[in-house]
Design a protein around this ligand. Structure first.
Ligand SMILES: Cc1cc2nc3c(=O)[nH]c(=O)nc-3n(C[C@H](O)[C@H](O)[C@H](O)COP(=O)(O)OP(=O)(O)OC[C@H]3O[C@@H](n4cnc5c(N)ncnc54)[C@H](O)[C@@H]3O)c2cc1C
Length: 456
């Protein structure tokens, strides 16, 4: 696309923020956290406020363009962006904490760690995911699964209001009583229905949790995984856990005992007392000698320490799935595909225990589906040219090894891709139909029809 067709300089004059064309300073904001995904939009709009977002969406309506919101690029997906204006939201950085009413108002440019740091002095906290470096809005529009999901439910179930620029360029406020259909659809529908500019949510009285991880040698993977399977069959709701077969590269930041070899990490987070937690964890601690044990009381603001997800940008290829059960045969199949001696090139093959509060319908229904999943699956490898093909084909091997136990569903936030097949996995038929209808009403020209959206 050339600068004059359509005249993007005209949009520039409508903005308080900036617009960068390819090669201009500011265009590099499009580079996502997942650096394996090339993001080459027609222009990058660094929105200053909701008016800038609205102006961009209206301009796109008038000129046959599309609009894609991005904050960190943790959820970047491969797509053709020649006719797309990427709205970078970092400058929508409003963050107000109301400790009396236990609420926060959060701009779309804010990442979770900023909210954790602002709420911790009040002994309050939001429900966050395993990596507090992701954007609040990207996470919430995908439901938001985290280290306390079994205890308190989905993060998006704590949302009280969302402000959104719809595909036809209007600023609307969605709550359970105003634009309730958008309130339903924005919580789970990702960017299908609009560019969210701010959210308001309930904070929980959470200053401290018990959490951390036990790391075992790869040679103990079989015993550890089988014990974890048994152990997770009847854990109380205060207990949250995941297990990961890790093969972390030998690089700065990776503890030496974990670098360059297979290890197994059992993550745990709970709101119960230390004594209760340690009693509950005894069988996992006894299954083999942990090489690292980080379990203990933890300020909730440091919750990122439980999973120790990477923070620096990385090139990754990721797929996800949901399991209806974890049988001993499931564990054997997983170990054959990704355990010791399997030749797996993956960084992480992870199972998270679901259930508990997640499985219950919240007070206000949302477009998030598959609350009944027993476990989630994530397979993540390095998308670097030397091994990209191997990583992708082995990823498919893991998926087919577990196929007998997979539900066919996926959560919106994990393994993001575009396309109809993905949408069929993320949403049930009714939800897809309702989201599509809402998108047609609020975005008749399909301006937001880009990325992981229901209308593809
Ligand atoms: C290391 C890592 C750990 C993760 N851990 C978890 C986890 O524990 N639980 C979990 O649920 N997810 C997790 N995720 C997934 C993450 O929540 C999603 O990728 C989320 O989309 C990231 O949001 P973002 O804004 O940071 O990313 P971006 O790539 O900037 O945005 C991704 C998508 O979110 C939507 N979006 C972003 N901003 C807006 C907006 N203003 N309005 C409307 N839609 C918007 C759009 O669809 C956009 O394409 C993890 C991802 C990574 C890479």
């Amino acid at each position: 696309m050339s600068v004059s067709s359509p005249p993007l300089t005209e949009l520039r004059s409508l903005l308080t923020g900036t617009l960068a064309l390819p090669g201009e300073p500011g265009y590099e904001l499009a580079t996502p956290w997942n650096v394996a995904v090339p993001m080459t939009p027609a222009a990058v709009v660094a929105a200053h406020d909701a008016n800038d977002v609205a102006a961009t969406v209206r301009f796109a309506n008038d000129h046959g363009l599309r609009v894609l919101p991005q904050r960190t690029g943790h959820g970047a997906v491969h797509m053709d962006l020649d006719d797309t204006l990427l709205v970078h939201t970092a400058n929508l950085d409003e963050l107000q904490v109301d400790p009396v009413n236990r609420r926060a108002r959060i701009g779309a440019g804010v990442i979770w760690q900023q909210v954790l740091d602002a709420t911790a002095p009040h002994g309050l906290a939001p429900l966050v995911g395993s990596a507090p470096g992701v954007g609040v809005v990207g996470f919430l529009t995908g439901g938001g699964i985290g280290p306390l999901t079994r205890t308190y439910g989905l993060a998006s179930d704590t949302v009280l209001a969302l402000e959104v620029i719809t595909g036809d360029g209007r600023l609307l406020r969605a709550t359970p009583t105003e634009h309730a259909d958008l309130f339903w659809g924005l919580r789970g529908g990702k960017g299908t229905l609009g560019v969210v500019t701010a959210v308001e949510l309930t904070l929980l009285p959470l200053a401290q949790v018990y959490g951390g991880a036990l790391f075992f040698n790869g040679t103990d993977a079989s015993g550890v995984l089988h014990m974890w399977r048994e152990w997770t069959q009847d854990l109380p709701e205060h207990a949250n856990t995941s297990i990961a077969l890790l093969q972390l590269p030998d690089m700065p930041g990776v503890p030496a005992p974990l670098a360059g070899r297979l290890t197994v990490s059992v993550r745990f987070t709970s709101t119960a007392t230390q004594i209760e937690c340690e009693q509950l964890l005894a069988p996992m601690r006894a299954v083999a000698d942990p090489i690292i044990d980080t379990l203990g009381l933890l300020p909730y603001a440091a919750i990122g320490a439980v999973h120790m997800d990477p923070t620096d940008p990385m090139p990754v290829y990721e797929t996800s799935g949901l399991l209806r059960e974890l049988a001993p045969e499931t564990v054997d199949a997983l170990l054959d595909a990704a355990g010791q001696g399997s030749g797996s090139p993956q960084f992480i093959v992870e199972l998270r225990l679901m259930g508990g509060a997640l499985a219950r319908e919240p007070e206000h229904a949302s477009a998030f589906c598959h609350r009944d999943a027993a476990y989630s699956l994530l397979v993540i490898g390095a998308a670097v040219p030397e091994i990209a093909e191997l990583v992708a084909s082995h990823n498919a091997t893991v998926q087919s090894a577990l196929a007998p136990w997979l539900t066919g569903g996926e959560f919106p936030n994990f393994g993001a891709t575009t396309g109809v097949a993905r949408m069929m996995r993320v949403y049930d038929e009714d939800t897809r139909m309702w989201l599509t209808g809402l998108a047609e009403r609020h975005d008749p020209k399909g301006v937001l029809r880009v990325g992981q959206t229901v209308r593809v």
